[in-house]
Design a protein around this ligand. Structure first.
Ligand SMILES: [Cu+2]
Length: 281
């Protein structure tokens, strides 16, 4: 996997938290970890734009864990560079893990938050990676080159804002038990509450990978959450929550007429909300 580096001004680096910190408070309860999973990518279609062809798709993060994903921005706001793109306003991001009484019991460095000019709100770095692969990616815990064949197209889009958009439950009682908690894409405070999903619609800028001149054939669109392991999703690196950050669809690209067409023919295993929450195509 490509290494992504964050280049910061010295003052911001000094403010960075470099390891998980447990809050030493006698009243602190057991940490409740989030578990972010990816809905099966949906709404696949081809967009033709000035002789270039783009595969567009909708994706949704869902928190199925026992705890909220909560991210606090902090420290000095300074320029930074992500994937070679300079952003004017960036700040350190820290994950806060809560107990059942919503006390912060553990903190963990979580990359950076920065103002994304194209989306006009604050994003978290390293949230997801999109790729087009040739081989079957149904390996647990992610998509290595060995198990996925060749990576044909990699997206630069790996940043998102976290906000509670779609509730995964159905009843009012469920909603009362799992209230909407995170409302804004700001730089100070973002998150995804238990039972909530955050959709990025296919029409959103950067929900796309270029397929110009890609030959007819069967391919896999893969979606990996947290490719840089910014979020703790369990007490250990091999906790179940850390190993289920991956989904894919298999599609056929055909080129019978002037424009290519895409047909979905398979997808990764899923249950419940992960199989599909997204509404309008
Ligand atoms: Cu955004």
């Amino acid at each position: 996997m490509k290494t992504r580096r964050f280049v910061f001004g010295a003052a911001v680096v000094a403010a960075a938290v470099l390891a998980s910190v447990r809050v030493t408070d006698a009243s602190a309860g057991a940490p409740l970890y989030p578990n972010v999973v990816e809905e099966i990518p949906s709404h696949l279609h081809i967009q033709n734009d000035h002789q270039r062809e783009w595969l567009r798709f909708s994706t949704t993060h869902i928190n199925l864990g026992p705890g909220n994903l909560q991210i606090r921005g902090g420290g000095q706001v300074a320029p930074c560079s992500i994937d070679g793109v300079v952003y004017e306003q960036c700040t350190i991001a820290t994950q806060e893990i809560l107990d059942s009484a919503k006390n912060v019991v553990l903190t963990h460095p979580a990359g950076v938050a920065f103002f994304h000019p194209e989306h006009n709100h604050w994003h978290q770095s390293g949230v997801a990676a999109f790729r087009i692969m040739t081989g079957n990616p149904s390996s647990p815990g992610g998509c290595s080159q060995a198990s996925c064949g060749t990576e044909l197209v990699a997206g630069v889009k790996i940043t998102f804002c976290f906000v509670d958009v779609i509730f995964t439950g159905v009843t009012g009682k469920e909603k009362k038990a799992l209230p909407r908690t995170y409302f804004e894409c700001n730089g100070d405070f973002q998150g995804l509450a238990v039972g909530w999903g955050d959709e990025y619609h296919q029409s959103t800028p950067l929900q796309e990978l270029e397929v110009t001149a890609l030959p007819e054939g069967n391919y896999y669109l893969t979606h990996e959450a947290d490719p840089e392991n910014h979020w703790l999703e369990g007490p250990a690196t091999n906790s179940p929550g850390e190993l289920d950050n991956f989904s894919w669809v298999k599609f056929r690209l055909s080129r019978r007429g002037a424009n290519p067409e895409v047909t979905v023919i398979d997808h990764s295993p899923c249950t419940g909300a992960q199989c599909g929450l997204s509404g309008n195509p």
